[in-house]
Design a protein around this ligand. Structure first.
Ligand code: ADP
Ligand code: ADP
Length: 224
């Protein structure tokens, strides 16, 4: 059974804007899935609904078999979300904010895991720095570390490489491949076809709130 299952999902914002129209999407465990579409297509809306940040309009979403409405905590526990914005606790130290993120899920402290995550993201040497002292790229790394602190089964990356330098982009791709080896499912949004091509196993093309195509990457690249 799919690790993420989205059925008949629609969303109309209070403004009257139809952000999503009858989205149906199943994502298999261990898959790297790219949601590809132009700005305003509904990518963030979709991710934010699955992660419980935006309320769904109608439809059903299950993560690891847990309904996100009736069983939110269990569903959310399985999810790591790397948002686009850099806003993160300016005065906190890197170590503390990442460790705290794990604690939010009621998990026991696990310094060895936090250390591994920080090392994977080249953040370990900065563990005692305050977030405000870090560059934009480093803040971005902190957001990823926070999302991985509770060992999620599904990682969502919203426009992960938008405005990111080459080194971080390459580190991100390496990280995604390593996560896949560990059986973690990765779902990312992008408006770059090259990024979908480089990173994903399967690509869903979204336009004006509708998924217009879902293809294995190889098939998609043959068509384009
Ligand atoms: P994408 O991530 O693909 O750029 P979004 O999901 O951010 O697309 O936006 C989809 C559409 O919904 C856009 O037209 C956007 O302006 C609109 N939208 C996003 N958030 C809101 C909101 N809170 N209220 C009203 N409209 C919104
Ligand atoms: P929290 O109270 O946020 O859960 P911890 O108990 O994990 O924090 O750690 C408290 C402090 O101990 C941190 O500020 C950090 O400086 C330090 N610390 C703990 N474990 C490690 C580690 N493996 N490497 C470096 N510093 C650590």
């Amino acid at each position: 059974s799919p690790i993420v299952s989205i059925a008949n999902l629609s969303k109309v914002y209070a403004s009257g804007l139809h952000a999503l129209r009858d989205v149906n999407l199943d994502i298999a465990k261990g898959e790297i899935f790219a949601l590809l579409g132009p700005n305003g297509a509904g990518k963030s809306t979709l991710i934010n609904i699955v992660c419980g940040i935006v309320t769904p309009g109608s439809g059903q979403i299950r993560v690891g078999g847990h309904d996100i409405l009736s069983d939110y905590r269990a569903a959310r526990r399985m999810i790591g979300l790397v948002p686009q914005e850099l806003t993160t606790d300016a005065f906190e130290k890197v170590w503390d904010t990442v460790s705290f993120s794990r604690g939010l899920f009621g998990l026991a402290r696990d310094p060895a895991h936090i250390e591994r995550v920080l090392r994977d993201l080249s953040l370990y040497d900065k563990r005692e720095s305050r977030i405000m002292q870090l560059s934009g790229g480093m803040k971005r790394r902190v957001l990823i570390a926070k999302a991985l602190a509770h060992e999620p089964q599904v990682l969502f990356l919203d426009e992960p490489t938008a405005g990111v330098d080459v080194e971080l982009r390459q580190d991100m791709w390496r990280l995604v491949r390593r996560l896949r080896e560990q059986g973690v499912t990765v779902i990312l949004t992008t408006h770059y076809i090259e990024e979908a091509e480089e990173m994903a196993d399967r690509v869903g093309v979204i336009r004006k709130g509708e998924i217009i195509l879902v293809e294995d990457k190889v098939e998609l690249m043959r068509k384009l």
